[in-house]
Every structure is written in structure tokens, then in C-alpha cells.
Design a protein around this ligand. Structure first.
Ligand SMILES: [Mn+2]
Length: 437
């Protein structure tokens, strides 16, 4: 099915390019590449060449900066346990180490803001494990060129030794697994989230490029879905196009489980069954995101399944779109997400739809889909946020959300997901063009 889809897109591509040139004369259409605002449907398969921001050197600098934020104490961070499927490490472990080896632990000992010990505890793969799993990273693979001060085999690590090391001071932790294990072993837990948030909130240019690439892959995959999600197809037709579209463009993981809700299912905020048939005259809400180099995208498009909004759908859709424009007009350094949320609440109140807006306006995006947990402050240049108003009128089986990703700039913001239109007329025109009408 994905092969067929590929052929379909490839055969449409010349037509799409020509058409685009006629209608948008001020926009140069090039083969989609990082940073270009081109038709997402033209983003070719294959891994993007955007470099991984989490190099060994960068991760070492992150550990040093975190030590300076924490000041004094011991920090333990774990990669997490291997579950079914490809291993997706704990985002903070990946941020601090750049490694993707399950069951690995990072131990930092910090005194006077300086890193006194920078130790890694990593499992050693047995020959039998290697036969079944293929080769994994082992302690001996990290030679003296690696940035870690110490590399040990995992079996050397014990909570008894850690408890002795910590004394009465406790141990700083971030991830749930570590917190749980510290508690089980009678070691006092100190939260290090605030210290790490101070580093993670503002994204470096390399991190911005990784998020932007995840967004580009996501837009292209939504375009794949729009092509096939027609009356008579199924919610999983869209889901399969999206998730296949992520993977064949080099995304490693889903940023979160894909939401493809049609008709009444569009009103369930975290709907995940994705198994209903798509009906003529209804809407399909797709809230999806690819993960690339450990950085997440999060985009929602709500489309008329037959390509044309009914007057009522257009009325409500337009309100949601206007609310998003309103919020984005005020998006700049110094404002808070709370203020933007309140602007949208007031707007929906004015229009008599306050009761149909049922969630927060947006969140930060980065190494996790809801990044920098607990952040409530003013936005700064270099942060990346989603703006995602929605209206859900269950009695009319009408669920509409529009979600885009924005980089906060010194001037205001830059929309990372601009290439896939969301204004009602432009979205309809885009669907028609994509489907060859
Ligand atoms: Mn979101």
C-alpha cells in the first residue's frame, strides 16, 4: 500500500509543481528540503541530512551546564527499560548523553557547581543476546575519546553504594523509573527538573533544525493522508499513510500515538482507536507528530473528508482559525502561554463558544511533545511552542482543532508548519490540488 502511495505521489509531482508555480508566483518551489516552504507532498522519501544536535561534545557541555545549575549533589538519570519494538530512550537521558542504550545509567557527582564525577553504567551484551538482537553499544565501545569521565559495566552499579555516596543528602532525579527505584531503596529523592528546564527551554539552532525537520516530515505525511482519506476509506487509512510517511522519510519514532478521528470521534481529545469508516460530509481530525533525532513535532489538521466544508463546518472552522491567528499575532518574547490562552478564551466567549473549547491553547515542543514540564513563565526567543485552539460540539458531531508549531523569535514568531495550509479556502484548494480535482 505504501509502495502504491509512493507511485501515486511521484506521478502527481510534476503536475503539482506546475500548478503551484501558476498560483503562487511569489513563492519559489524547490524540491522540499530543510527550511524551504514547499508543498509538503513533494518532500521525498529518505533520511533528511539535518545533523543530530546531541553530539558527544554537546552532551558533555549540557552535563557541565546542568552541574552548574544544580550546584551541589548527586544526579542519577536512566535510559529506561527496553520494551517491545525499537528502543526509544528517556528524553532527558538522550539529551544528556546522546546515547540510546537501554538500561544504561548516568551518574553525576557535583560539587560547587562543578562536575566531579561523570560516570556511565552500561550493560554488556552477551554473545547470545548479540545473536538475537544484533550488536548493541557496549562499555568497551566508549574508548578514552568519549566525553565520559568513567565508563563501567552496569553490574558494578548498586543502590547500596549509591546510598553510601549520597549519605543524608539524597539523590537528584528526573525520570519516573529512577524516582521509583530511589524510593524503593530508601534514598531521598530531590527533583532536578527545574535545573534541567533552565537548559532545555531555549533551543539552539541545531535543535531548532531538528524540530523543524520533524515538522516537515509530519506535514508531508499529513499530505500523504489527505490523498487517501476520502469517503469510504477508514480512519486507519489516514493513520497508516501518516505513520508510513514518517518512517519512509527517516523519522525514528512517533512523538505520540496518532489521533485520526472522524465525525463524532473528532470530539475525543485523545482518541486513538482510529477504526471508523470515513463518511461523505464529515470532518477528519488528524493530530500527529514525527520524532527526529529525539525532537518532536505536533501538528493538527482537520479536513472535510470530501474536500469541501459544509456551511456549518466552515463557520466553526473559521472561528478556530481566527482564534489561532489572534493568538499568533501576540506571540512574542515576554508574553506567557497563559495570556495567549486567555485571549482565545475571550474570543470564543464573544462568539458564544466558550464551553466548546476544552483544553489548553498550547505547550512547548522539544525533546518531548509537552516539553519543559512545569514551565509557566514568559516566552523567550528560541523557544518552540504549539498554538492549538479547538472547538468540540459533540451534539453536532463536530470536532475541529488546528495546531501549528512556532519558533519564538526576537521579533515575534516563525511558523514552522506553514507549508501545509490551514486557512479554510487554502486548505480546500490544497486538498483539491493534492487529489487532482
Ligand atoms: Mn499539541
Amino acid at each position: 500500500m505504501m509502495t502504491l502511495l509512493l507511485i501515486t505521489i511521484a506521478s502527481l509531482a510534476p503536475f503539482l509543481t506546475g500548478h503551484e508555480r501558476k498560483t503562487d508566483s511569489d513563492e519559489t518551489i524547490q524540491p522540499a528540503s530543510h527550511g524551504a516552504v514547499a508543498d509538503p507532498a513533494l518532500l521525498p522519501p529518505g533520511a533528511p541530512s539535518v545533523p543530530n544536535p546531541s553530539t558527544d561534545e554537546v552532551c558533555r557541555a549540557r552535563r557541565v551546564a546542568l552541574a552548574s545549575e544544580i550546584g551541589d549533589g548527586i544526579l542519577l538519570v536512566q535510559a529506561g527499560e527496553e520494551a517491545k519494538g525499537r528502543f526509544d530512550p528517556d528524553p532527558d537521558f538522550q539529551y544528556l548523553t546522546g546515547l540510546k542504550r537501554a538500561d544504561t545509567k548516568l551518574l553525576l557527582v557535583i560539587r560547587d557547581g562543578e562536575l566531579k564525577r561523570d560516570a556511565l553504567y552500561m550493560p554488556q551484551q552477551t554473545p547470545m543476546q548479540e545473536l538475537w538482537e544484533g550488536p548493541r553499544l557496549n562499555p568497551e565501545d566508549l574508548d578514552e575519546d568519549s566525553s565520559f569521565g568513567e565508563v563501567h559495566e552496569l553490574e558494578v552499579f548498586t543502590y547500596e553504594t549509591l546510598a553510601d555516596l549520597a549519605g543524608d543528602d539524597g539523590v537528584h532525579a528526573l525520570d519516573d523509573l529512577t524516582i521509583e527505584e530511589l524510593v524503593e531503596n530508601g534514598i531521598e529523592v530531590k527533583k532536578a527538573r527545574k535545573a534541567l528546564n533552565a537548559l532545555q527551554a531555549v533551543k539552539t539552532p541545531a535543535e531548532q533544525a531538528a524540530v523543524e525537520t520533524a515538522v516537515e516530515i509530519t506535514l508531508a505525511a499529513i499530505a500523504d493522508a489527505i490523498l487517501v482519506a476520502r469517503p469510504g476509506a477508514w480512519e486507519y487509512t489516514a493513520e497508516a499513510a501518516i505513520e508510513g510517511g514518517f518512517r519512509r522519510r527517516g523519522a525514528e519514532f512517533l512523538a505520540f500515538p496518532s489521533i485520526c478521528g472522524s465525525g463524532p470521534n473528532g470530539c475525543y481529545l485523545h482518541y486513538r482507536a482510529n477504526n471508523r469508516q470515513l463518511k461523505d460530509g464529515e470532518l477528519l481530525l488528524m493530530d500527529v507528530g514525527a520524532k527526529y533525532h529525539g525532537y518532536s513535532a505536533d501538528v493538527t489538521r482537520t479536513i472535510p473528508i470530501n474536500g469541501r466544508f459544509t456551511p456549518r463546518q466552515r463557520e466553526i472552522y473559521t472561528l478556530v482559525w481566527e482564534a489561532q491567528q489572534l493568538a499568533v499575532a501576540s506571540l512574542k518574547p515576554g508574553v506567557s502561554m497563559r495570556e495567549l490562552h486567555n485571549l482565545v478564551v475571550e474570543y470564543f466567549e464573544e462568539k458564544g463558544h466558550r464551553q466548546h473549547f476544552k483544553h489548553g491553547l498550547g505547550h512547548q515542543l522539544g525533546v518531548r511533545v509537552h516539553d519543559v514540564p512545569g514551565f509557566r513563565g514568559q516566552l523567550k526567543a528560541g523557544m518552540i511552542v504549539t498554538i492549538e485552539p479547538g472547538l468540540y460540539i459533540a451534539e453536532e458531531e463536530l470536532g475541529i482543532r488546528i495546531e501549528d508549531d512556532y519558533l519564538v523569535t526576537t521579533e515575534g514568531s516563525r511558523k514552522l508548519s506553514a507549508a501545509l495550509p490551514s486557512a479554510p479556502d487554502k486548505l480546500e484548494a490544497y486538498i483539491a490540488r493534492l487529489r487532482g480535482h
